[in-house]
Design a protein around this ligand. Structure first.
Ligand SMILES: Nc1ncnc2c1ncn2[C@@H]1O[C@H](COP(=O)(O)OP(=O)(O)OP(=O)(O)O)[C@@H](O)[C@H]1O
Ligand SMILES: [Mg+2]
Length: 269
């Protein structure tokens, strides 16, 4: 009887300590996040519509037109593409015993991506949801950001990773990227509903890859229906691919500089 009581007491103490540690971690995450004025998540339920592309272009444009300190968090843990699109080879450095990670700096942007943890570019993780969410939590806990705005590149979907970002980052706003193609629009609606459920304000909708192939106008209609701002259309354009491949920010180009200045203007309103 006595042994049973002691065991119960030990278990209780163990749980209490684990809970206290979890609470401490949560507080650190909230204070890390609260130090960043704007936390903008770039989202779409559908994969491959240009979230990563837009995240990077938006970050460059925000830096150029607001002169603020801008960070990028790659919340796509298993397929981190931010390092590829930004041509980042540097690895993340930090101090494990101090629970610290320093973002990698590239072209004046502060960047944190799992791509800077992988040893080889095509390293592959085959993790279940809790491991993915746990990694995002570790980043939120350990990275000490010194930025005014954080742009978050989300993976597709409306579950695991997006849920973790929604609950822990508490984005100050969400930008939905969609094409005008019916499946993308359907998944964009799911993202809009998710934002409503999670009480995250939708800053605006961007129609990407607009043109003959995926159609145009669906983004504007969706924005009207959900009564949210429409930020603009970016065409599906060979030239854009060329700029992406050469690492040229679109805000620096004659074709797209004005469009990105407008998008930043709408975001800052
Ligand atoms: N407007 C555009 N014109 C030409 N190419 C584009 C355009 N937008 C995106 N792309 C290209 O389309 C591909 C898919 O874009 P991206 O990886 O950003 O999509 P994603 O939504 O982040 O995908 P995932 O859901 O897998 O994360 C990339 O090669 C990107 O360079
Ligand atoms: Mg992506």
């Amino acid at each position: 009887m006595e042994t049973k009581k002691t065991l119960l007491k030990e278990k209780f103490e163990e749980n209490r300590k684990a809970f206290a540690e979890q609470m401490k971690q949560q507080q650190t995450i909230f204070s890390n996040m609260n130090s960043i004025k704007k936390r903008i998540a770039v989202w779409s339920g559908k994969g491959g519509v240009g979230k990563t592309f837009f995240t990077v272009q938006l970050a460059y444009a925000l830096k150029k037109f607001t002169k603020k300190r801008i960070g990028i968090l790659d919340a796509d843990i298993d397929c981190p593409n931010i390092t590829k699109i930004m041509k980042i080879d540097e690895k993340l450095k930090g101090m494990q015993n101090e629970n610290l990670i320093y973002p990698v700096e590239k072209n004046g942007l502060q960047v944190v991506s799992m791509g800077s943890v992988f040893q080889k570019e095509d390293d592959t993780v085959t993790w279940r949801g809790p491991m993915i969410s746990g990694t995002i939590t570790q980043f939120l806990l350990m990275v000490k950001w010194a930025v005014d705005y954080l742009v978050i590149d989300m993976p597709p979907g409306t579950s695991d990773a997006p849920l973790t970002v929604a609950q822990q980052v508490k984005p100050t706003g969400l930008i939905i990227v969609t094409t005008s193609e019916p499946m993308a629009l359907l998944d964009a609606r799911r993202s809009l509903k998710f934002a409503e459920i999670m009480k995250i304000p939708v800053l605006g909708i961007v129609e990407n890859m607009s043109g003959d192939i995926f159609g145009k106008g669906g983004g504007t209609k969706l924005a009207e229906e959900f009564n949210v701002p429409f930020f603009g259309s970016i065409p599906l354009d060979k030239k854009i691919q060329k700029y992406v491949q050469t690492g040229t920010p679109l805000c620096e180009t004659k074709e797209y500089g004005e469009l990105f200045e407008e998008i930043v203007g709408k975001l800052e309103k």
